[in-house]
Design a protein around this ligand. Structure first.
Ligand SMILES: *Cc1c(COP(=O)(O)O)cnc(C)c1O
Length: 361
Protein backbone atom coordinates (compact mmCIF):
# COMPACT_ATOMS: atom_id res chain seq x y z
CA UNK A 1 0.00 0.00 0.00
CA UNK A 2 2.76 2.38 -0.98
CA UNK A 3 1.89 6.04 -1.41
CA UNK A 4 4.57 6.12 -4.05
CA UNK A 5 7.23 7.84 -1.96
CA UNK A 6 10.15 5.50 -2.54
CA UNK A 7 13.89 5.29 -2.24
CA UNK A 8 15.20 2.99 -4.95
CA UNK A 9 18.56 1.41 -4.23
CA UNK A 10 21.04 0.28 -6.85
CA UNK A 11 23.32 -2.54 -5.66
CA UNK A 12 25.41 -2.26 -8.82
CA UNK A 13 26.28 1.32 -7.79
CA UNK A 14 27.56 0.05 -4.43
CA UNK A 15 29.65 -2.59 -6.18
CA UNK A 16 30.98 0.01 -8.61
CA UNK A 17 31.95 2.39 -5.80
CA UNK A 18 33.62 -0.44 -3.86
CA UNK A 19 35.66 -1.16 -6.96
CA UNK A 20 36.65 2.53 -7.01
CA UNK A 21 38.03 2.07 -3.50
CA UNK A 22 40.01 -1.00 -4.63
CA UNK A 23 41.43 0.93 -7.56
CA UNK A 24 42.37 3.93 -5.43
CA UNK A 25 43.81 1.88 -2.56
CA UNK A 26 44.95 -1.34 -4.26
CA UNK A 27 47.07 -2.61 -1.39
CA UNK A 28 44.58 -2.05 1.40
CA UNK A 29 41.88 -4.20 2.88
CA UNK A 30 38.49 -2.54 3.15
CA UNK A 31 36.20 -2.07 6.12
CA UNK A 32 32.98 -1.03 4.35
CA UNK A 33 31.22 1.30 6.77
CA UNK A 34 27.51 0.41 7.05
CA UNK A 35 26.63 2.30 10.25
CA UNK A 36 23.38 4.27 10.55
CA UNK A 37 21.49 1.59 8.62
CA UNK A 38 23.97 1.67 5.78
CA UNK A 39 23.88 5.50 5.60
CA UNK A 40 20.09 5.22 5.32
CA UNK A 41 20.09 2.64 2.51
CA UNK A 42 19.51 -0.49 4.62
CA UNK A 43 22.53 -2.02 6.36
CA UNK A 44 21.84 -5.66 5.53
CA UNK A 45 21.17 -5.10 1.84
CA UNK A 46 24.13 -2.73 1.58
CA UNK A 47 26.40 -5.30 3.21
CA UNK A 48 25.07 -7.98 0.88
CA UNK A 49 25.79 -5.78 -2.14
CA UNK A 50 29.25 -5.07 -0.71
CA UNK A 51 30.06 -8.70 0.07
CA UNK A 52 33.45 -8.31 -1.60
CA UNK A 53 34.58 -5.95 1.15
CA UNK A 54 36.94 -7.47 3.74
CA UNK A 55 34.63 -6.60 6.62
CA UNK A 56 31.96 -4.19 7.80
CA UNK A 57 32.28 -1.33 10.26
CA UNK A 58 29.37 -0.24 12.45
CA UNK A 59 28.88 2.24 15.27
CA UNK A 60 26.72 0.22 17.64
CA UNK A 61 26.21 -3.30 18.95
CA UNK A 62 22.63 -3.25 17.69
CA UNK A 63 23.94 -2.58 14.19
CA UNK A 64 26.34 -5.53 14.52
CA UNK A 65 23.48 -7.72 15.79
CA UNK A 66 21.35 -6.78 12.77
CA UNK A 67 24.10 -7.94 10.40
CA UNK A 68 24.66 -11.21 12.29
CA UNK A 69 20.90 -11.90 12.44
CA UNK A 70 20.86 -11.62 8.64
CA UNK A 71 23.52 -14.33 8.44
CA UNK A 72 26.42 -12.04 7.62
CA UNK A 73 29.49 -13.69 9.13
CA UNK A 74 32.19 -11.45 7.70
CA UNK A 75 34.40 -9.55 10.18
CA UNK A 76 32.63 -6.65 11.87
CA UNK A 77 34.42 -3.73 13.50
CA UNK A 78 32.75 -1.78 16.32
CA UNK A 79 34.05 1.71 15.57
CA UNK A 80 33.52 3.10 19.06
CA UNK A 81 34.17 -0.09 20.99
CA UNK A 82 31.91 -0.75 23.95
CA UNK A 83 30.92 0.85 27.24
CA UNK A 84 31.03 -1.44 30.27
CA UNK A 85 31.40 -5.22 30.71
CA UNK A 86 27.96 -6.23 29.45
CA UNK A 87 28.51 -4.56 26.11
CA UNK A 88 32.04 -5.96 25.93
CA UNK A 89 30.65 -9.49 26.35
CA UNK A 90 28.03 -8.83 23.67
CA UNK A 91 30.79 -7.77 21.29
CA UNK A 92 32.58 -11.06 21.89
CA UNK A 93 29.35 -13.02 21.51
CA UNK A 94 28.73 -11.31 18.15
CA UNK A 95 32.29 -12.02 17.03
CA UNK A 96 33.15 -8.36 16.54
CA UNK A 97 36.53 -6.70 16.36
CA UNK A 98 36.46 -3.94 18.93
CA UNK A 99 38.07 -0.53 19.26
CA UNK A 100 39.88 0.51 22.42
CA UNK A 101 39.96 4.29 22.63
CA UNK A 102 40.19 4.78 26.40
CA UNK A 103 41.58 3.16 29.53
CA UNK A 104 38.28 1.81 30.86
CA UNK A 105 37.79 -0.29 27.75
CA UNK A 106 41.19 -1.95 28.07
CA UNK A 107 40.77 -2.59 31.81
CA UNK A 108 37.44 -4.23 31.04
CA UNK A 109 38.96 -6.49 28.37
CA UNK A 110 41.75 -7.47 30.79
CA UNK A 111 39.20 -8.71 33.32
CA UNK A 112 37.63 -10.97 30.68
CA UNK A 113 40.81 -11.90 28.82
CA UNK A 114 40.02 -15.64 28.93
CA UNK A 115 36.73 -15.07 27.10
CA UNK A 116 37.88 -12.97 24.15
CA UNK A 117 38.12 -15.87 21.70
CA UNK A 118 39.26 -14.64 18.29
CA UNK A 119 38.37 -11.03 18.97
CA UNK A 120 40.82 -8.51 17.51
CA UNK A 121 41.49 -5.25 19.31
CA UNK A 122 42.00 -2.01 17.39
CA UNK A 123 43.82 0.62 19.41
CA UNK A 124 42.56 4.06 18.47
CA UNK A 125 44.95 6.96 18.77
CA UNK A 126 43.93 10.59 18.94
CA UNK A 127 46.23 12.30 16.42
CA UNK A 128 44.43 15.62 16.64
CA UNK A 129 40.69 15.28 16.16
CA UNK A 130 40.16 15.10 19.93
CA UNK A 131 36.93 13.13 19.82
CA UNK A 132 38.02 9.54 20.55
CA UNK A 133 41.37 7.92 21.13
CA UNK A 134 44.28 7.66 23.53
CA UNK A 135 47.03 10.23 23.30
CA UNK A 136 50.21 9.25 21.42
CA UNK A 137 52.19 9.14 24.68
CA UNK A 138 49.93 6.39 26.04
CA UNK A 139 50.48 4.07 23.08
CA UNK A 140 53.53 2.09 24.33
CA UNK A 141 51.81 1.19 27.61
CA UNK A 142 48.52 0.24 25.88
CA UNK A 143 50.36 -1.86 23.31
CA UNK A 144 52.14 -3.79 26.06
CA UNK A 145 48.88 -4.48 27.84
CA UNK A 146 47.08 -5.50 24.64
CA UNK A 147 49.93 -7.85 23.71
CA UNK A 148 49.58 -9.46 27.13
CA UNK A 149 45.95 -10.43 26.48
CA UNK A 150 46.26 -10.90 22.68
CA UNK A 151 49.75 -12.48 22.37
CA UNK A 152 49.09 -14.23 19.06
CA UNK A 153 47.76 -11.21 17.17
CA UNK A 154 49.51 -8.31 15.50
CA UNK A 155 48.95 -4.92 17.07
CA UNK A 156 46.19 -3.05 15.22
CA UNK A 157 46.43 0.72 15.32
CA UNK A 158 43.90 3.20 13.98
CA UNK A 159 43.18 6.92 13.90
CA UNK A 160 40.57 9.18 12.35
CA UNK A 161 40.99 12.32 10.23
CA UNK A 162 39.35 15.63 11.09
CA UNK A 163 39.64 17.34 7.70
CA UNK A 164 40.84 14.93 5.03
CA UNK A 165 38.31 16.52 2.67
CA UNK A 166 40.47 19.67 2.54
CA UNK A 167 43.51 18.65 0.51
CA UNK A 168 45.03 22.14 0.83
CA UNK A 169 44.92 22.14 4.63
CA UNK A 170 48.12 20.79 6.23
CA UNK A 171 46.36 19.21 9.22
CA UNK A 172 45.89 15.78 7.66
CA UNK A 173 49.64 15.62 6.95
CA UNK A 174 50.24 16.42 10.61
CA UNK A 175 47.89 13.63 11.69
CA UNK A 176 49.56 11.15 9.32
CA UNK A 177 53.03 12.14 10.58
CA UNK A 178 52.03 11.73 14.23
CA UNK A 179 50.53 8.32 13.44
CA UNK A 180 53.51 7.10 11.41
CA UNK A 181 55.90 8.11 14.19
CA UNK A 182 54.02 5.73 16.50
CA UNK A 183 53.80 2.97 13.90
CA UNK A 184 57.57 3.01 13.22
CA UNK A 185 58.19 1.86 16.78
CA UNK A 186 55.85 -1.15 16.35
CA UNK A 187 57.13 -3.68 13.83
CA UNK A 188 54.43 -5.82 12.22
CA UNK A 189 51.67 -3.46 13.29
CA UNK A 190 48.47 -3.27 11.17
CA UNK A 191 47.43 0.29 10.41
CA UNK A 192 44.07 1.84 9.53
CA UNK A 193 43.58 5.57 8.94
CA UNK A 194 41.56 6.55 5.89
CA UNK A 195 37.86 7.41 5.63
CA UNK A 196 36.44 8.16 2.16
CA UNK A 197 38.25 11.49 1.91
CA UNK A 198 41.48 9.77 2.91
CA UNK A 199 40.94 7.08 0.27
CA UNK A 200 40.35 9.74 -2.40
CA UNK A 201 42.90 12.40 -1.55
CA UNK A 202 45.58 10.95 0.76
CA UNK A 203 47.24 7.87 -0.79
CA UNK A 204 49.94 8.03 1.90
CA UNK A 205 47.21 7.18 4.43
CA UNK A 206 46.00 3.95 2.79
CA UNK A 207 48.20 1.63 4.87
CA UNK A 208 46.82 -1.88 5.62
CA UNK A 209 43.10 -1.13 5.99
CA UNK A 210 40.84 1.70 4.83
CA UNK A 211 37.40 2.60 6.25
CA UNK A 212 35.30 4.23 3.51
CA UNK A 213 31.65 4.99 4.13
CA UNK A 214 30.00 7.78 2.16
CA UNK A 215 31.82 7.13 -1.13
CA UNK A 216 30.43 3.58 -1.24
CA UNK A 217 26.95 5.10 -1.44
CA UNK A 218 28.03 7.40 -4.26
CA UNK A 219 27.92 10.65 -2.31
CA UNK A 220 30.77 13.06 -1.79
CA UNK A 221 32.99 13.27 1.29
CA UNK A 222 33.63 16.95 0.48
CA UNK A 223 36.21 18.70 -1.71
CA UNK A 224 33.45 21.07 -2.90
CA UNK A 225 32.48 18.43 -5.48
CA UNK A 226 29.51 16.13 -5.94
CA UNK A 227 29.82 12.36 -5.87
CA UNK A 228 29.24 12.33 -9.62
CA UNK A 229 32.09 14.80 -10.17
CA UNK A 230 34.29 12.48 -8.11
CA UNK A 231 33.48 9.51 -10.34
CA UNK A 232 31.02 7.80 -8.00
CA UNK A 233 27.56 6.35 -8.73
CA UNK A 234 24.62 7.24 -6.46
CA UNK A 235 23.15 4.19 -4.74
CA UNK A 236 19.87 5.85 -3.67
CA UNK A 237 17.26 7.62 -5.77
CA UNK A 238 14.54 9.21 -3.63
CA UNK A 239 11.24 9.80 -5.43
CA UNK A 240 7.77 11.12 -4.68
CA UNK A 241 4.65 11.46 -6.85
CA UNK A 242 2.86 14.64 -7.84
CA UNK A 243 -0.42 14.44 -5.89
CA UNK A 244 -1.91 17.85 -6.77
CA UNK A 245 -1.53 20.58 -9.42
CA UNK A 246 -2.96 24.11 -9.40
CA UNK A 247 -2.67 27.50 -11.03
CA UNK A 248 -2.27 30.53 -8.80
CA UNK A 249 -2.41 34.23 -9.63
CA UNK A 250 0.59 36.53 -9.46
CA UNK A 251 0.90 37.87 -5.92
CA UNK A 252 -0.57 34.72 -4.29
CA UNK A 253 1.51 32.85 -1.75
CA UNK A 254 2.27 29.16 -1.14
CA UNK A 255 2.51 27.06 2.00
CA UNK A 256 2.91 27.62 5.75
CA UNK A 257 3.86 31.12 6.74
CA UNK A 258 3.16 32.19 3.15
CA UNK A 259 6.92 32.30 2.61
CA UNK A 260 6.97 32.20 -1.16
CA UNK A 261 5.09 34.68 -3.33
CA UNK A 262 4.38 34.15 -7.03
CA UNK A 263 5.77 36.94 -9.21
CA UNK A 264 3.73 35.73 -12.17
CA UNK A 265 0.76 33.49 -12.74
CA UNK A 266 2.21 30.13 -11.69
CA UNK A 267 1.56 26.42 -11.76
CA UNK A 268 2.35 24.65 -8.51
CA UNK A 269 2.85 20.89 -8.06
CA UNK A 270 2.46 19.29 -4.64
CA UNK A 271 4.69 16.25 -3.98
CA UNK A 272 4.01 13.50 -1.44
CA UNK A 273 7.15 13.95 0.64
CA UNK A 274 7.93 16.19 3.60
CA UNK A 275 9.99 16.46 6.74
CA UNK A 276 8.13 13.43 8.16
CA UNK A 277 9.94 11.49 5.44
CA UNK A 278 13.29 13.06 6.20
CA UNK A 279 13.31 15.87 3.64
CA UNK A 280 14.59 18.84 5.67
CA UNK A 281 12.04 21.43 6.74
CA UNK A 282 14.59 24.19 6.44
CA UNK A 283 15.13 23.66 2.69
CA UNK A 284 14.99 27.16 1.15
CA UNK A 285 13.06 28.33 -1.90
CA UNK A 286 14.82 27.28 -5.13
CA UNK A 287 16.25 24.05 -3.73
CA UNK A 288 16.28 21.90 -6.88
CA UNK A 289 13.94 18.96 -7.48
CA UNK A 290 14.15 16.80 -10.61
CA UNK A 291 10.84 16.54 -12.46
CA UNK A 292 10.02 15.70 -16.05
CA UNK A 293 13.66 15.68 -17.09
CA UNK A 294 14.68 19.00 -15.57
CA UNK A 295 15.33 20.90 -12.35
CA UNK A 296 12.34 22.70 -10.86
CA UNK A 297 12.54 24.99 -7.82
CA UNK A 298 11.08 24.14 -4.45
CA UNK A 299 8.74 26.99 -3.40
CA UNK A 300 7.32 27.54 0.08
CA UNK A 301 8.06 25.78 3.33
CA UNK A 302 8.38 22.01 3.40
CA UNK A 303 5.53 20.57 5.48
CA UNK A 304 5.36 17.21 7.27
CA UNK A 305 3.91 15.15 4.42
CA UNK A 306 4.24 17.37 1.36
CA UNK A 307 6.30 19.97 -0.40
CA UNK A 308 5.57 22.26 -3.33
CA UNK A 309 7.50 23.04 -6.50
CA UNK A 310 7.02 25.61 -9.25
CA UNK A 311 6.26 23.83 -12.54
CA UNK A 312 5.15 26.90 -14.52
CA UNK A 313 7.87 26.23 -17.07
CA UNK A 314 7.16 22.50 -17.33
CA UNK A 315 3.63 22.31 -18.77
CA UNK A 316 3.83 18.57 -19.42
CA UNK A 317 3.85 17.72 -15.69
CA UNK A 318 0.79 15.63 -14.76
CA UNK A 319 -0.75 14.13 -11.66
CA UNK A 320 1.06 10.94 -10.69
CA UNK A 321 4.37 11.92 -12.30
CA UNK A 322 7.32 10.89 -10.21
CA UNK A 323 9.75 13.56 -9.00
CA UNK A 324 13.32 12.81 -7.91
CA UNK A 325 14.42 14.56 -4.73
CA UNK A 326 17.97 13.29 -5.26
CA UNK A 327 19.70 10.35 -6.87
CA UNK A 328 20.43 9.34 -10.43
CA UNK A 329 19.77 12.72 -12.08
CA UNK A 330 20.19 15.14 -9.19
CA UNK A 331 23.13 14.72 -6.85
CA UNK A 332 22.32 14.51 -3.15
CA UNK A 333 25.39 16.69 -2.67
CA UNK A 334 23.94 19.47 -4.84
CA UNK A 335 20.66 19.34 -2.89
CA UNK A 336 22.54 19.29 0.41
CA UNK A 337 24.57 22.37 -0.46
CA UNK A 338 21.33 24.31 -1.16
CA UNK A 339 19.95 23.22 2.20
CA UNK A 340 23.13 24.01 4.11
CA UNK A 341 24.02 20.45 5.05
CA UNK A 342 25.90 17.47 3.63
CA UNK A 343 24.81 14.40 1.69
CA UNK A 344 25.59 12.24 4.75
CA UNK A 345 22.80 13.92 6.73
CA UNK A 346 20.20 13.77 3.96
CA UNK A 347 20.84 10.08 3.30
CA UNK A 348 20.77 9.02 6.95
CA UNK A 349 17.61 11.03 7.69
CA UNK A 350 15.32 9.26 5.22
CA UNK A 351 12.59 8.08 7.57
CA UNK A 352 10.99 4.63 7.87
CA UNK A 353 7.82 5.96 6.22
CA UNK A 354 9.69 6.01 2.91
CA UNK A 355 9.43 2.74 1.05
CA UNK A 356 13.05 1.56 0.66
CA UNK A 357 13.21 -0.68 -2.38
CA UNK A 358 16.02 -3.00 -3.33
CA UNK A 359 15.75 -5.06 -6.51
CA UNK A 360 14.93 -8.69 -5.78
CA UNK A 361 16.93 -11.12 -7.86
C1 LIG B 1 31.86 7.03 9.83
C2 LIG B 1 33.29 6.69 9.96
C3 LIG B 1 34.06 6.40 8.83
C4 LIG B 1 33.54 6.57 7.42
O1 LIG B 1 33.60 7.93 7.07
P1 LIG B 1 33.19 8.45 5.60
O2 LIG B 1 33.50 9.89 5.63
O3 LIG B 1 31.74 8.17 5.47
O4 LIG B 1 34.00 7.67 4.64
C5 LIG B 1 35.36 5.97 9.01
N1 LIG B 1 35.89 5.86 10.27
C6 LIG B 1 35.18 6.17 11.37
C7 LIG B 1 35.83 6.05 12.70
C8 LIG B 1 33.87 6.60 11.26
O5 LIG B 1 33.19 6.92 12.37
Amino acid sequence: MSRGTCAYMDPSALRYNLQRVRTLAPGARIWAVVKADGYGHGAVQAAQALHQADGFAVATLAEAQTLRDAGINAPILLLEGTLGPLQALDAVRLGCDTVVHQTEQLTCLETMADRLGQQRIWLKVDTGMHRLGISPGQVPDFVKRIQAIRPLQPVNLMTHFASADEPEAPFTSTQIARFNALARALPGVHLCLANSAGVMAWPESHADWVRPGIMLYGASPGFGKTGLELGLKPAMTLTAPVIALRHIQAGERVGYGARWQAERESRIATLAIGYGDGYPRHAPDNTPVWLSGQRVPLVGKVSMDMLTVDVTDVPQVQLGDSAELWGEHLSVDEVASHIGTIGYELLTRVSPRVDKQWPTD
